[in-house]
Design a protein around this ligand. Structure first.
Ligand code: GLC
Ligand code: CA
Length: 552
């Protein structure tokens, strides 16, 4: 059996993968049709974004029935077929468990609204303050207050996300029992992987006090100690019973000590965590809607800390540049215009050769990039549209607001997969729910025929399976102060050879003094330029976005 460190996970956003029945929306039969494509990558598991019954106010993260496939994505029979066909190529299924909140269309919420006390206790219902103002001053992460009127009552319900996503009260053990029941239902369908959506905000207090500022506000409900208890309980009552379970918690801002506790096997919580610290280095003073070049030294420091300290504490990292909530890493950290291929390969190497389990987001293996939209009406995401309004209200001109949205919108990565150069990118024969734009240059057909990114990912995946230095080695940053190079070594306690990974994060050449590595014999493992050295020089000139991994 492969270790966790040998596996690679692929992420599919079903709504945007492939539309089999031509209604403009990707679906399960579309994924089944593309299994031969997926098989070429040799990944081990696929994380699917939610396709459960949902009004789709937050693209399926507002679940109205956790046990049914939304008809727009297919049927339970389609899902069973998908699981079986993936099993034939040794690919497991990871489902997205959105258990911090449910849709206000869910029967729990509807029963609560109808006056059923048992279900009212599933939610955070609170009266207005004595002066008639909202129960507290918290904000929704999608803009506006975190409270909405609860039917005709004097109460309000808490929603940290959209107002159609009501937060579930995890203090209530009946809520936690429902959570295990849902996971166990999907386990019985052959599912061994679970991704837990915003699971670190389930530990809200019972008394929801006002916050003094936004940072303190998040701390009031994020990564509180009780989240560990909830996860231990969930592990015991559900997925922890499967030897081959793979779980990941979305823990955007979690600290290293907390992440160690979440992911150290001895704690019996999760297999690994997704944190987003490294994807906030291009936020200006923490503000996402800003135009700000990424802080390279900060990025390097973050990778160093997380890699080294998680290892020391026995924790495990999920490694990723992209997902359905992020603009493409290629636009943020690479150069899709002048060095699309080189920078895509460099980013892939920098990430895939670190310690942890890499995730590849659909289209990343093609070097997909942010769409070139020209009007705000082309975006559909609730977060982007709310943020646009807020930016305008804050005094930005429509052009400025549009520019900021175009840099950071979640829709950037949700654009339909480019299968070929057709009008709708071979995704559908009708207008897709979100518009593709650059399929003429970037698409599967072209990439498989003559591209260099897909094959590069194939190589990285293969190397991880073959080389214990990659799957199990320790990590240490080297040439720490170099302003343009992120380099590290991977080593094992019982092996003399190490892996040296060097990445030029910029489109300019740079010199690197190899120090004690000079004169050492080297064997090339992977690079995005031709390399013929068998012995290391004292000084190395790195070309734009050059990446090299040598075994030394
Ligand atoms: C997570 C999801 C995101 C969703 C949010 C609320 O961050 O990845 O897409 O909007 O949770 O469920
Ligand atoms: Ca469809």
């Amino acid at each position: 059996m492969q270790t966790l460190g040998q596996k690679v996970i692929y992420q599919i956003y079903p709504k945007s993968f492939y539309d089999s029945n031509n209604d403009g929306i990707g679906d399960l039969r579309g994924i089944i049709a593309k299994i031969p494509y997926i098989a070429k990558l040799n990944i081990d598991m696929i994380w699917f974004n939610p396709f459960f019954v949902s009004p789709q106010n937050d693209n399926g993260y507002d679940i109205a029935d956790y046990y049914q496939i939304d008809p727009r994505f297919g049927t339970m029979a389609d899902f069973e077929e998908l699981v079986a066909k993936l099993k034939e190529i040794n690919v497991g299924v990871m489902l997205d468990m959105v258990l911090n909140h449910c849709s206000t269309e869910h029967e729990w919420f509807k029963k609560a609204l109808a006056g059923d006390k048992y279900y009212q206790d599933f939610f955070y219902l609170r009266p207005a303050k004595a002066d008639g103002s909202l129960p507290n001053n918290w904000s929704s992460k999608f803009g506006g207050p975190a409270w909405e009127k609860f039917g005709d009552t004097n109460l309000y319900y808490l929603h940290l996300y959209d107002k159609t996503q009501a937060d579930l009260d995890w203090h209530n053990e009946n809520v936690r029992k429902e959570a295990s029941k849902i996971i166990n239902f999907w386990r019985s369908k052959g599912v061994a992987g679970f991704r837990f959506d915003v699971i670190n905000v389930t530990g809200k207090d019972t008394v929801l006090v006002d916050s003094t500022d936004i940072n303190e506000e998040k701390a009031l409900y994020t990564d509180t100690p009780v989240v560990h208890d909830y996860l231990k309980e969930l592990n015991r009552t559900s997925f922890g019973q499967d030897e081959d379970a793979i779980t990941v918690g979305e823990m955007s801002s979690a600290t290293i000590p907390n992440s160690i506790e979440y992911s150290n096997p001895a704690e019996h919580e999760l297999s690994m965590v997704f944190t987003f610290h490294h994807l906030k280095v291009d936020y200006k003073d923490g503000e996402k809607w800003s135009d700000y070049p990424f802080d390279f030294m900060k990025l390097k420091q973050l990778f160093t800390d997380w890699q080294e300290k998680m290892d020391q504490g026995g924790g495990w990292n999920a490694l990723f540049w992209n997902n359905h909530d992020q603009p493409w890493a290629l636009n943020r950290f690479g150069d899709p215009v002048n060095f699309r291929v080189e920078s895509a390969q460099m980013l892939a190497s920098a990430l895939h050769l670190m310690r942890g389990t890499p995730y590849i987001y659909q289209g990343e293996e093609l070097g997909m990039m942010d769409p070139s939209y020209t009007d705000i009406s082309e975006y559909v995401d609730v977060e982007a549209l709310n943020a646009y309004q807020a930016l305008i209200e804050a005094g930005k001109s429509p052009a400025e607001a549009f520019h900021l949205i175009s840099l950071k919108a979640r829709d950037n990565s949700r654009v339909p997969m480019h299968w070929n150069a057709d009008k709708y990118a071979g995704f559908s024969t009708v207008t897709p729910w979100l518009k593709p734009t650059d399929q003429a240059e970037i698409n599967v057909e072209k990439e498989l025929a003559s591209g260099q990114i897909f094959t590069y990912y194939q190589q990285l995946i293969k190397l991880r399976k073959e080389m214990p230095l990659i799957s199990a080695g320790h990590f240490q940053t080297v040439f720490k102060d170099h302003p343009q190079v992120f380099a590290y070594r991977r080593y094992l306690d019982n092996q003399a050879k190490e892996l040296l990974v060097i990445n030029n994060f910029y489109g300019q050449e740079t010199e690197l003094d190899l120090g004690t590595y000079a004169d050492k014999a080297c064997r090339l493992v992977i690079s995005n330029y031709d390399q013929d050295l068998t012995k290391l020089p004292a000084k190395l000139t790195l070309r734009p976005y050059e990446t090299i991994a040598w075994e030394i």
